[in-house]
Design a protein around this ligand. Sequence first.
Ligand code: RIB
Ligand code: CA
Length: 322
Amino acid sequence: MSMRIILDTDTGVDDALAILLAMRSPELTVEAITAVSGNVHVDHCVRNILMTLELLELESIPAVARGEDGPLASAVTLADNVHADDGLGGVSKLLLADGQPRYSAPQNRLSPTHAVDLILEIIERHPGEITLIAVGPLTNVARAVINNPFRMQKLKQLIVMGGAFQVYGNVSPVAEFNIFADPHAAQVVCGAGIPMVFVPLDVTMQAVLSAPDIDLYAQQGGKVARFVKDCTDHYVDFHRQRRNVDGCFIHDALAVAVAFQPELVTMVDAKINVETAGDLTSGMTVADLRPAFMPDEGPNGKVCTQVKADTFISLFNERVLK
Ligand code: RIB
Ligand code: CA
């Protein structure tokens, strides 16, 4: 029996790579892919999800639903400088020699159901069976908790790509983008009593998809490998200039991999809170990972602290690029 998942994304480049990995992993049954504003506006995200799915030429695709277009309370934060204006490295502007778009607008249609309602419907349909993998700001997840907290506690597990616990952040010295973009949502989720695993920058920045690997597989001609090359060109340039790596972090794909290969990471119990009011520290994930310092109320989740980076990258290359 494969694992039923919902993937909540702010499809961006590494979200798209996570979608490809999820769809090409037989261990997973993707019940739905939902969109939330984050890297780019949610309307771009839904188009990017549909485009990514259509690359795979599947007989049927999971439900794709549009979610929240902005944070619960804070100002909108985008990352279009990292993912380009369209959220997919500018692939929507690429043209073939004959002037036709290399990647045409998606033909599939969105679900008429709002992402938050769809998440709740699927959990009701499969109580105790759904793993929700959230790789964007947690606005949709928090809205689902607010709307129906008891239903959300029927989740089997929530895996969050987010946070920075023993490393610097990537938006501020202390905050990672997904949490920074909606800290109030993240704090609501941390208080929801859902079995949570955080896949933070502590591990996602240990694994680099190298530019030479991207180029090598693209030259071998596969349509998906070609797309990965096209959508990561801008993203890799950003990493070369601002992260000093000749490739890119594929944060969201690691969160997907952890769902079906948890042995890729080391996890520790933690009591996790999110700073929502600090002028300098908003979006900081606050947790003492020392077992002796666990608060009396005990943990509310787990934090991944180590990763078998080479094993993960090999898994990604095997399943997505080959
Ligand atoms: O900090 C990395 C996270 O922020 C990833 O999910 C990326 O897609 C952006 O959403
Ligand atoms: Ca993301």
